[in-house]
Design a protein around this ligand. Structure first.
Ligand code: ADP
Ligand code: MG
Length: 327
């Protein structure tokens, strides 16, 4: 199979239909219809073998997770994902691998109503680059820079499960006896099949002053909001929504996984306290849990109120390419 039949078999065939794709795969560029009154958001993420995923993972999971991570960047802006392109670098032609990869991508595209509109296919070390396009009503995109002193800091779900899975569950011999098979599946799902919070886009548009998705860990990502907004933050360590499976006996450093682990793909956002009550009542109707973890302050830097009530400075930690190496 050559490059062109590969594209036709595994990618052209899976493209989910949207009527705003005037033409997609097959020309030198795709042509897309941006509706009047909307703005286009564009974001790119590259995933490199043995940095962002292990080559031993199922290709289905590699594709699905790559797409979810990309969608999360659009969700964090309060927008809706619409179109994606894929630049795929493969070490060899492996049709079984490609079949699984394209199935994972297809399922993700269908689930979130996203069209695959083009890409590039090359031979080399396994690397996946997705460029996602989203739509937002003009002027409504939520940025990192909008947090103001007094805003409450929220996160949209429980944290730490994916990072725990990376450090404990990827190698079978590291399985801890305290964790049941069902819990192991739940933890691995958090890592391999994260759920980008597109469901909350409308709430972010209405209520958030700033937002970011939690890819590096809440300490690093909240710090990005603070730096961009020119403010500081104080979080309450008692209020961090540590994932319920990490709260069980025998799991050490659960709070560290939740604070610094990353790969959660929940959102962190700030909200003016005057709008908090309305936000919470709207979220309650949706049965969506959001957790208030702290407040924006004018003193720069990140502080944390400990269990004993002391306030300590915390160093934002998170994955930093060229500095750290992970999986
Ligand atoms: P060019 O030579 O102009 O770069 P290509 O031969 O690379 O064109 O691609 C042919 C068509 O297939 C283009 O429309 C391109 O967007 C699409 N394409 C290439 N690789 C992929 C891929 N991995 N996934 C989706 N579309 C792809
Ligand atoms: Mg090309």
């Amino acid at each position: 199979m050559d490059e062109f039949s590969l594209i036709n078999t595994f990618f052209k065939s899976i493209s989910h239909y949207r009527d705003d794709v005037i033409f997609g795969i097959g020309d030198d560029a795709a042509c897309l219809q941006v509706p009047a009154g909307m703005q286009l958001l564009v974001s790119t993420d590259t995933l490199v073998e043995n940095i962002h995923f292990l080559s031993s993972w199922n290709a289905y999971d590699i594709a699905y997770r790559s797409l979810m991570i990309n969608i999360s960047d659009i969700a964090s802006m309060g927008a809706q994902p619409c179109w994606v392109s894929l630049a795929l670098t493969l070490p060899a032609m492996n049709t079984q691998w490609l079949q699984n990869f394209s199935q994972g991508l297809k399922d993700g595209l269908n689930e979130y109503n996203i069209a695959l509109i083009g890409g590039d296919t090359t031979c080399g070390p396994l690397t996946i680059t997705l460029t996602i396009h989203g739509l937002i009503p003009t002027g409504k995109a939520i940025r990192r820079s909008g947090a103001v002193v007094g805003d409450k800091i929220y996160v949209t779900g429980q944290l730490g499960a994916a990072a725990f899975a990376v450090s404990h569950l990827l190698q079978p011999q590291q399985l801890m006896p305290a964790i049941t098979e069902a819990d192991t599946r739940t933890l691995l799902k958090a890592l391999l099949h994260p759920t980008p919070r597109v469901d909350l886009s409308a709430y972010l548009q209405s209520f958030a002053t700033a937002a970011i998705d939690i890819s590096d860990g809440i300490s690093a990502d909240l710090n990005h909001i603070c730096v961009a907004s020119g403010v500081g933050a104080c979080i309450d360590l008692n209020k961090i929504p540590v994932h319920s499976l990490l709260r069980s006996d025998g799991i050490e450093n659960a709070l560290d996984f939740a604070l610094h682990g990353g790969d959660d793909y929940e959102l962190c956002f700030t909200v003016n306290p005057q709008n908090e009550e309305q936000l919470l009542s709207n979220l309650a109707n949706e049965r969506s849990a959001c957790y208030c973890i702290g407040i924006i302050e004018d003193t720069l830097g990140l502080r944390a109120k400990t269990v004993s009530g002391d306030v300590i400075f915390i160093e934002p930690q998170g994955y930093n390419h060229f500095k750290d190496k992970r999986v």
